[in-house]
Design a protein around this ligand. Structure first.
Ligand SMILES: *[C@@H]1O[C@H](CO)[C@@H](O)[C@H](O)[C@H]1NC(C)=O
Ligand SMILES: *[C@@H]1O[C@H](CO)[C@@H](O)[C@H](O)[C@H]1NC(C)=O
Ligand SMILES: *[C@@H]1O[C@H](CO)[C@@H](O)[C@H](O)[C@H]1NC(C)=O
Ligand SMILES: *[C@@H]1O[C@H](CO)[C@@H](O)[C@H](O)[C@H]1NC(C)=O
Length: 220
């Protein structure tokens, strides 16, 4: 599991809380080890900046380690470090899908927007012919203006093997926390004018709420 990403997000949040007036606005301190959106669970393929706009998986790697994924009541836990839009979640019931046309829609309602933080979405159960041991790849395809002034299409994939719910014993790290939970206000004027103590007090409250959310599954 991507504890490193969680940690990166938590550290970024602490940076926001501690931010001095000359510190860049949130969203500008980005991890250089992931794209704007990554899978936290199931585990995603190795990320690289040079490949993340390449269909279908944003990676030059082949399917690697597969995460065991339940045949019923599956979910995706995402970590988001920059605003992203029009997120399509698709799936290929294949060992090594190589193009977008290998994928079919998994979450029928496109996710209009993802804000920095953590988000978790339940996914529909697969068709009946998908059984214990079936391999699949879950794809995220979305728009972001990460690091640039133009919107580009980004890709990320997670390789899975379905297992019967009886054999599935992982606690999916499923929770929503956004960076708004960590900062006093998104309003730039407020941020500039706010007394540091006000901002760090409310920021700390948000931070504690975030860590309670993280802790509730880390301890499970
Ligand atoms: C699933 O993928 C793994 C490698 O990722 C492979 O060893 C295994 O044979 C595949 N299973 C099936 C049913 O094709
Ligand atoms: C990218 O697209 C989103 C959603 O349509 C929009 O809100 C955002 O302003 C766009 N960014 C740029 C740099 O055009
Ligand atoms: C997270 O938020 C999304 C969008 O509002 C929602 O669909 C999803 O069910 C939420 N997940 C949890 C675990 O609350
Ligand atoms: C984060 O903020 C949202 C909306 O502002 C709120 O619904 C949610 O409960 C907060 N989450 C935590 C963990 O504080």
């Amino acid at each position: 599991m991507r504890y490193a990403q969680l940690l990166a997000f938590a550290l970024a949040a602490i940076q926001w809380v501690k931010a001095d007036d000359d510190t860049p606005a949130h969203g500008e301190e980005e991890s250089e080890e992931m794209g704007p959106v990554a899978f936290m669970w199931p585990e995603d393929r190795e990320w690289s900046a040079s490949d993340d706009n390449t269909a279908p998986c944003g990676s030059s790697e082949e399917p690697g380690e597969r995460t065991q994924f339940p045949l019923t009541r599956g979910a995706l836990a995402l970590v988001i470090q920059d605003d992203s839009w029009n997120v399509d979640v698709s799936i290929a019931y294949q060992n090594d899908p190589s193009e977008n046309s290998d994928f079919e829609t998994l979450i029928t309602t496109r996710i209009a927007e993802l804000d920095p933080g953590h988000a978790c979405y339940s996914v529909p159960d697969p068709p009946r012919d998908v059984i214990d041991g079936t391999n699949a790849t879950i794809q995220l395809r979305y728009t972001s203006d990460f690091d640039t002034d133009t919107n580009e299409t980004f890709y990320a994939c997670a390789d899975i093997t379905y297992v019967s719910s009886a054999r599935f014993d992982t606690e999916i790290p499923c929770f929503n926390v956004t960076s708004d939970n960590f900062t006093a206000s998104d309003d730039d004027e407020d941020e500039e004018d706010a007394a540091g103590s006000l901002r760090s007090n409310t920021g700390t409250v948000g931070l504690v709420a975030g860590f309670v959310a993280l802790g509730s599954w880390l301890l499970l």
